[in-house]
Ligand binder design. Sequence first.
Ligand code: NAD
Length: 483
Amino acid sequence: MSDVVELSNYINGEWRSAICEHWIEDYSPANGSLIAQIPCSSSEDVDEAVLAASEAIEDWANLTIAERADWLEKIADALESRAEEVAQLESLDTGKPITLARSVDAARSVANFRFFAEQGREFESEIFEMSDATNRVVYKPVGVTGLITPWNLPLYLLSWKVAPALLMGNTVVAKPSEMTPMTASLLAEVMEDVELPIGVFNLVHGNGLDAGAPLTSHPDVNLISFTGGTATGREVAKSASSGFKKLSLELGGKNATIIRADADLDEMMPSIVRASFLNQGQVCLCGSRILIHESIYDSFVKGFLEVVSDMIVGDPSDDQTELGALISADHRDKVMSYIELAEEEGGDILCGGGAPVGIPQAFENGYWVSPTVIDGLAPDSRCATEEIFGPVVTLHPFSDDDEAVEIANMTDYGLAGSIWTQDVDAGGLMAERIESGMVWVNCWLHRDLRVPFGGVKNSGVGREGGRWSLGFFSEAINICIKH
Ligand code: NAD
């Protein structure tokens, strides 16, 4: 018990327990041990945080965007000086490999603040001239923002919202996932260390119903940016819509990886494997359905299985580890239930299908599923169309581009996808026919932070990223002056 960390809310520049003094337990995915306790906040704690954020808004909004960009830079510097700590905490809290936590989570969290600082410095309001008048667009803060984030990329996704929210003059109440609270608390420490004006950034820990829902329905919260599952997003949308809050929903995905007959299999294989299993397949953008041209189906499957079956699954703190543990026992059980369903639906498990063999004793109580490849399922089966969000991919042959597009679009989700081909023109044309917010051709998760990010269909509403974030986190007001 001595190593169990007790985390607090950060409200109005103070560290506070939940008013009800109840706690939520946070477990290590790798070995199932208790690692932290967080406040089980309720609407009273949310009220206090929203009040603090409301009181801080005027002074913060009165700064120039360049001054707020300087604050983001300060936050980035302070976060960068603690990058290894961020990586260690993220790996401990999520079960992801430490190398991934360093190269993706820690690095990108700093990059998010630096990127939006730069966006702020370059920011220019538009002028639209008429023959007899000038229109000047002014970007005003929206007010108090409620930022709700999931467990798969905790600080990466939180910083992606906090940075543009602060830049555009808003104040923040953040509600991170109760399963991965640690780096949100570290971010609050950073805000305190850099002496960000009190009340500008507030952190409320807790679960979705007790702490998240009161934030989405709070009358003094003007904007909700939510990243999480589609079913939760539906509840968030209902709750936020009655108060006409600005709303962005980044939701689930079931993304297709399309391999055309002319793809260079040797060259692309490491990227396809990465797209399938990064973060144990717990990235909303992961390609969990691989569609392969029938002429290369057998050779692709052989090469894919050779790489996948050699992946190193285990101790997240080991630099050699490629796949860690799943986030929770419940999530492991959900993933396993889909593997069982796949067998009922007529699928063949080509590799994986359960906990890895030979996991060291120290990790026996962790939540493990080895990388699993399933063949033989109909493309419209439940396993091939519902989000599993784990290390599970299904394989499907197609005969021509039309059929590949038809299968890719055979799901209610529409977040991302990738196409692999030596004919980049054909790949680009095919990309336009995929119903999703983002399509990569011959790459995956190759991110330029200036581009729009978001989903169509059940994968979300709205876009964030670059100027789309600046637009979302502000109110564009037009002032028309007659000459
Ligand atoms: P989740 O929906 O269970 O929880 C997300 C957050 O919402 C958590 O902080 C949770 O406490 C909170 N929450 C739960 N119920 C709530 C309610 N009624 N009102 C307000 N807040 C509530 O999602 P998760 O399991 O943490 O994350 C996995 C999901 O997130 C997957 O579906 C994945 O695809 C999705 N995701 C999407 C993106 C994207 O950019 N589209 C990125 C990462 C993850």
